[in-house]
Design a protein around this ligand. Sequence first.
Ligand code: SF4
Length: 367
Amino acid sequence: MFTMHDPWNTFETRFQNGRYELTSIEFTVTNLCNLRCEHCAVGEELLEKEGATLPLDLLLRRLDEIESLQTISLTGGEPILHPKVVRETIIPLLRYAKERGIHTQLNSNLTLPLSRYEDWIEDLDVLHISYNYRDVKDFHRITYKRFDREVSLSVAEKRFEQMKENAKALTKQGVFVSAESLLSPFTHQHIEKIHQDIVEMGCQRHEVHPLYPSDFAKGLDLITLDQYRDTVTRLLEIRDPNVWILFGTLPFFPCSDETTDRDLWLRLAQEPNVTVRPDPDGRNRLNVNAFTGDVIVTDFGDIPALGNIRQDRLTDVFERWLTHPVAKQYHCFCPAAHCTGPNILVANAYYPDWDFHTRTAKVAVGN
Ligand code: SF4
């Protein structure tokens, strides 16, 4: 199992090749989910029933065409909700990846019985979960917020306990579980307790991301940059040093005019067991909808599909995207600072007036 090596990180390939390269594919393998979290970035896409996926052969053929492929992510909805999806899509894709030496991640809410994870988990590299709660009341309020009917606290409690027990059992077996917290007006106040729970579940990595204002989360308030900076600092002070902390799509940059933000960037580069992951979407990754074949740059952006795997090679779609005006707008690169620019939603939310192409890093980090 890898530790501190993050094959989803965009920096290495951009630095080594002098250009972005398609190294990562994310498949949306279901639009079904047993939860309706208030922060769900694909909430509007969720369905009660869904049809058949495209033939597996087509998915595998499109993957075969990507020589540079290093990672595959599987997402939903809840990918393992339907056994047919596990049997006919997830297991074959994981086995394919294993044979090619490709790293894999599956995003799950981990609330189903443990037996549902057991017959495929050994082929997976990263089990990615969300964790944004202090207790069952928070879980009940957050994960059923957008459900179309009332769900009792006792039902929520069963799911919550199942998730925690599953995480403990799987991490004990050596499964790498990465728990993500989205910093919101609620979670930023409780990051200490959230981190402590993640440590107690045995998770080897705590991912910290901004709340992405997309789909269900569009109406939610964002925290300020001051609150974000303060939360990162507090977390660094109290964290378990044995747990890897990954800051994803951090809303601070080495070209900042604020000394505090540049200092934070430098501090994160030096902290043991801490990494910063720039946004992979559209820099090394494309998302493929396994039902429609549509290819998009992110699973929650408002940019229309750039192609379809029924007729397009994924490398061709990626090359097309690199010439798209939106890509050009945000694909700045400052190698000495190890920065590959902002996530589009983060840039729009926090830096609407910045022209990233006229900026440049004011600090450099060591190798
Ligand atoms: S200009 Fe872009 S790549 Fe350079 S530091 Fe700023 S955000 Fe990062």
